[in-house]
Ligand binder design. Structure first.
Ligand code: GLU
Length: 322
């Protein structure tokens, strides 16, 4: 029998360490999400040279939710260019909740593309360009990054569409300041549909590894995003990706990441690997409790933090992944 890779051993150990952790609550504000099984827990890592390590419930499907935000932001950047997007969406942390009904006081722009106001604006830009086809275009892009054909969970979509009045309020605020056009319901359709795309932990690791690999899917070798978009996506994830707990995350884990209310957490180790965890119980900031614990240990054990002395050019990890 061949020996298991040390990264596989490590994720199995971390999975075992936190599989019984019971902190946090499953999100209930979107009715469909409350049906998630709180016991599910998966960890997946895909290196940029195509090695996959997985443990636990990595095949279980869940909706991507806010993890869609950096991807549609990247699409808007590639469609309209950085300057045009920056005129509409800033890249500053807001310090407030992701679904706050607020814009930047002086410019009336959303603070950043990771809060709902900014993400709805990016969806609106894609709707402006692609109209009814915007969601197909998004689905196609996400599928390219995941390396397989993804689908929308229609029930979650409908659940969000019929109950997402807070997002409706945000969209009307954006309309009031001419940040988006008056196709408000159609724009929200795009936003709710992108949040309702079904992925599993394996898919998320592949999306993360595509970003880590400068935009090229390490398995299919297809280019999904250009390098400029990748740079901006990672930057904004680094400063705003973990709701209003991003400072603590950067301090403890130190990699660009994005989490979502269904319990997914995608992390990128630049040029080396994509990481994904899934566990639906969330802390009060909206981040997956087991996910955060797992990432803290992974970061410490593998020296992933951008400023970890072990991460000197990341030679440690590069050697390990040979
Ligand atoms: N569709 C969700 C919302 O807009 C996304 C929330 C999230 O994952 O943060 O409320």
């Amino acid at each position: 029998m061949t020996e298991k890779h040390e990264i596989q051993n490590l994720i199995e150990m971390i999975h075992k360490r936190y599989a019984q952790q019971q902190d946090g609550e499953v999100a209930t504000y979107i009715p469909q999400l409350s049906k998630a099984n709180p016991e599910h827990f998966g960890i997946a890592i895909l290196s940029t040279n195509g090695q996959i390590f997985e443990c636990g419930d990595t095949g279980h499907l869940f909706t991507i939710q806010s993890i869609s935000k950096p991807l549609t932001y990247g699409m808007a950047l590639e469609t309209f260019g950085e300057e045009a997007v920056f005129k509409k969406i800033n890249v500053e942390p807001s310090g407030d909740k992701f679904n706050s009904i607020e814009l930047e006081p002086d410019t009336n722009r959303p603070f950043n593309p990771m809060v709902n106001a900014g993400a709805i604006t990016a969806s609106a830009m894609l709707f402006d360009k692609y109209g009814k086809n915007a969601i197909d275009f998004i689905l196609e892009k996400f599928s390219l990054a995941a390396g397989r054909s993804l689908e929308i969970d229609k029930e979650v979509y409908w659940s969000e569409f019929t109950t997402g009045h807070r997002n409706r309020a945000i969209a009307y605020l954006l309309l009031n300041f001419n940040v988006i056009s008056d196709y408000v319901e159609q724009i929200l359709e795009v936003y709710f549909a992108q949040c309702s795309i079904l992925v599993n932990c394996h898919d998320l690791a592949c999306i993360a590894a595509t970003i880590a690999n400068l935009g090229e899917n390490p398995i299919t070798k297809k280019e999904v995003f250009g390098i400029d978009a990748i740079k901006s996506m990672m930057s904004v994830m680094y400063v705003c990706g973990m709701y209003d707990n991003t400072g603590n995350w950067v301090n403890d884990v130190g990699i660009p990441a994005k989490s979502g209310v269904s319990g997914g957490l995608l992390g990128i180790v630049n040029r080396q690997m994509g990481i994904a965890t899934y566990s639906p119980k969330l802390d009060e900031k909206g981040n997956s409790c087991r996910g955060i614990s797992a990432y803290k240990d992974l970061s410490r054990e593998l020296g992933l933090h951008a400023f970890d002395c072990m991460n000197a050019g990341s030679s440690f990890l590069t050697t390990m992944l040979k």
